[in-house]
Ligand binder design. Structure first.
Ligand code: ARG
Ligand code: ZN
Length: 472
């Protein structure tokens, strides 16, 4: 058996390297092919994600219909096998019915076992060798539906008074397209959405034009830099649209619900906030910017959807700047595990303090003093500790945001602004378009500052209860 094993490995290597492409894998590869994992193994959301392949792009061609509200069309997924695959899975909620799936143009076998709540198991006609780039086309459609998260909030494709909006953090992406729904599999998004002509249909990235065919209009969008699936969005409804370019030339597309007072003028601040953050965090990471203001305050939150955040109502300036800061912290450098949520929220919240400071309102130092004036007995302010929210139910706890921002301002006051911003810019630069963990930031801050900031960061990030702030 040992000898056979060695021979097998040698043949597998040959299969990967064959210049003719490994689509028709030799017998040896076939023998070693296994189904991809049906989980990306995140302890908070074990249903999410799949193994055995890596997606490079989603091309969604969708039609939106009303009464009842429905989405239907096709998803073309380009991916690379990371193991010899006999089968692989995608995440798609059951409200979406699948009519056909092809892999590299050939019809594939599909099954959806009830025990795997959101999995679409796809068995291609021929096995896929490791390293093989393949294309999956899924035709699907269904009535729109949202999920309810453990913390009680809606997540996914949400119905609004005049249309729909997708807010998919942490697990709503499979409500609108078949996806490898793990924040670690970043991809490009091309979205084409056909809707009644009286409505506007917005997605991520650059606006690529629209075409009218009588009563319906097709809108085209392209998000060229890779982002996580929870950051992909789609909003269809009545919107007042404003477009233009920021000072440095980034095109923006703002869509504001006309029934939301002040929505157009609040979104108009977007270019200025983005330009300011670029001076602090490094160049803006995407090819377009903007925002979408909904009339959906029942949601209770905004989301930093890539290049163009969704606001459930006219946002405050704190919320606007928070979501725009996420374009660097969250959308460019993304948490690796959901437990690492501070890598997203702590930084975005700190940045909203920074915008306050910049516009001459409350300084970040004053924000920190206010936080530290809250007594230790106020449990909700201090617990859970930002770097360990404990469970999916407390993923977006207030302490992750405000105590999380306090940790960064405390670091800034310890090492000085100059070194501090060198750390922030270097952090974004190092992990650009990737994923990172809290512990990596602590190591990085120690390395760049040449100071032992580890004990104070640990106190701020990991310990239960109010940090002993005076500690040096
Ligand atoms: N990331 C969002 C923010 O900007 C919050 C998302 C909350 N998600 C949820 N399902 N409640 O803070
Ligand atoms: Zn946030």
């Amino acid at each position: 058996p040992a000898l056979r094993g060695v021979t097998g490995v040698a043949l597998l290597t040959a299969a990967v390297l064959t210049p003719l492409g490994p689509a028709a894998a030799p017998a040896s590869a076939r023998a070693a092919a296994r189904p991809g994992a049906t989980s990306a193994r995140d302890p908070f959301f074990p249903r999410q994600g799949n193994g055995g392949y890596d997606v490079s792009s989603y091309d969604l061609v969708l039609r939106y219909r009303t009464s009842p509200k429905r989405l239907s069309g096709s998803a073309t997924i380009r991916a690379t096998a990371t193991q010899h695959l006999s089968r692989f899975s995608l995440d798609l909620r059951r409200t979406m019915r699948v009519s056909a799936v092809t892999v590299d143009g050939a019809a594939a076998r599909v099954s959806r076992p009830t025990r795997l709540v959101q999995k679409l198991l796809v068995t291609p006609r021929t096995q896929l060798a490791a390293g093989h780039r393949f294309t999956v086309v899924v035709r699907y459609g269904g009535e729109v539906a949202a999920l309810r998260d453990a913390n009680g909030s809606l997540d996914g494709t949400v119905s609004t008074s005049d249309g729909i909006v997708v807010v998919a953090e942490p697990q709503g992406a499979p409500t609108w397209f078949p996806v490898n729904d793990t924040p670690r599999d970043k991809a490009r998004y091309r979205v084409s959405i056909t809707a009644p002509t009286r409505l506007v249909a917005v997605s991520n990235g650059a606006y690529r034009g629209r075409t009218r065919h009588g009563g319906v209009t097709t809108w085209r969008w392209y998000q060229a830099q890779r982002v996580s699936s929870y950051l992909a969005t789609l909003a269809v409804g009545k919107f007042t649209v404003r477009t233009g370019r920021t000072k440095s030339g980034i095109p923006y597309f703002n869509a504001a619900d006309p029934s939301q007072r002040g929505s157009v003028s609040m979104l108009a601040k977007t270019p200025r906030v983005v330009e300011y953050f670029a001076t602090k965090f490094g160049r803006y990471p995407f090819g377009a910017t903007g925002g979408i203001v909904e009339n959906a305050s029942f949601l209770g939150y905004a989301l930093e959807t890539a290049s163009r955040p969704v606001y459930d109502r006219t946002p405050s300036i704190q919320t606007l700047s928070h979501e725009l800061a996420h374009q660097w912290f969250g959308d460019t450098v993304t948490l690796k595990r959901w437990r690492d949520i501070w890598v997203n929220e702590g930084f975005a919240q700190f940045a909203s303090w920074l915008w306050d400071e910049h516009r001459g309102a409350t300084s970040a130092h004053a924000h920190l003093r206010t936080l530290l004036s809250v007594p230790a007995s106020s449990r909700g302010t201090w617990n859970p500790p930002p770097a360990d929210p404990g469970s999916p139910r407390t993923l977006f706890a207030g302490s992750v945001y405000d105590r999380g921002a306090g940790a960064l301002q405390a670091l800034r006051e310890r090492v000085g602004s100059k070194v501090f911003f060198r750390i922030l810019r270097g952090w974004v630069d190092t992990h650009r378009y990737g994923n990172a963990r809290v512990a990596q930031f602590v190591d990085y801050a120690v390395r760049v500052s040449h100071r032992n900031v580890r004990p104070m960061l640990h106190e701020w990030l990991y310990h239960r209860g109010k940090p002993r702030a005076g500690r040096r």
